[in-house]
Design a protein around this ligand. Structure first.
Ligand SMILES: Nc1ncnc2c1ncn2[C@@H]1O[C@H](COP(=O)(O)OP(=O)(O)OP(=O)(O)O)[C@@H](O)[C@H]1O
Length: 259
């Protein structure tokens, strides 16, 4: 579980996060949504302590990352898996070597133990035929699966993903969403995902945090999103053409059923 308490972050006197308080539960997929510039990336990077928060607390199962020593942070980092935009793979390493990287960084496993673990996660994300390939030789969807395999190879407690579906077609996006949901349950991770993808929101949004101008404007889950009353949230959700048409269709059907 990750608890965020009154998190604020400013850059050069400009406040980007204006006091966010929320909780992300263990074993759940938590999605952060909001317009471009609403603060999603700054929020994610503040949770990871890439940015030092201006004030507030971030408790990883009770441990506040904001006032940890360097060694404590290093230990916590070994419990966190990340999937960043563009997959962030090492071009000069094979799929297998990319996935092994966190084990080299954070563990004292023997060569044989590492190989066994890497092959196990390669199987888990269905990349058996690609382990000797380089990132440039595989598709964008496969690269995402490599990034996910690398994020889970060290059995993380926490999984952070920044726009995991960006650049993927709708079918491949669904495959990635399903994989992230399954892995969250299998590894019992606290999973936090920044997304613009409304399809993801409606399929895997066990918790949804809607940020607007650096403020928590709404939080809930996919089942109550459709009936939420928050006007800014409604405007945001229905700003996509597909959702606009869907809403129009629903309203029309509603009126027919009333007459
Ligand atoms: N390192 C930085 N220094 C100064 N300002 C920053 C920095 N990073 C982000 N900002 C500002 O913080 C605000 C929020 O940016 P952020 O990248 O978090 O938005 P976002 O919601 O992730 O947008 P997008 O969906 O486009 O990725 C923006 O006004 C941005 O200019």
């Amino acid at each position: 579980m990750i608890e965020v308490k009154d998190l604020k972050k400013s850059f050069d006197g400009t406040e980007v996060l204006k006091g966010i308080t929320t909780t992300f539960e263990t074993g759940k997929v938590n999605l952060i949504i909001g317009q471009s510039g609403s603060g999603k990336t700054v929020f994610l990077k503040s949770l990871l302590n890439v940015y030092q928060p201006t004030s507030g607390a971030i408790l990883f199962d009770g441990r506040n990352i904001v006032d940890m020593s360097r060694d404590e942070k290093q230990l916590l980092r070994s419990e966190i898996g990340t999937v960043f935009q563009g997959s962030a793979l090492f071009d000069s390493m094979t799929v297998e070597e990319n996935i092994q990287f966190p084990l080299d960084m954070f563990t004292n496993m023997t060569f044989r133990e590492k190989k066994r673990k890497v092959l196990q996660v390669i199987g888990r994300v269905n990349l058996q035929n690609a382990n000797r390939k380089f990132p440039s030789e595989i598709s964008g969807g496969m690269q995402k699966r490599v990034a996910i395999a690398r994020a889970i190879v060290n059995n993380p407690k926490y999984l952070f993903c920044d726009e995991p579906n960006s650049g993927l077609d709708p079918y491949t996006s669904n495959v990635i969403d399903d994989l992230l949901m399954e892995i969250t349950k299998e590894y019992n991770t606290t999973t936090i995902i920044n997304t613009h993808d409304m399809n993801s929101v409606m399929t895997i949004g066990e918790k949804i945090l809607y940020l607007r101008l650096g403020v928590k404007e709404w939080e809930g889950n996919k089942d109550i999103l459709a009936t939420a009353k928050n006007k800014n949230l409604i405007d945001f959700v229905y700003s996509s053409e597909l959702f606009k048409q869907l809403r129009h269709f629903m309203l029309e059907n509603d009126q027919t059923s009333l007459t």
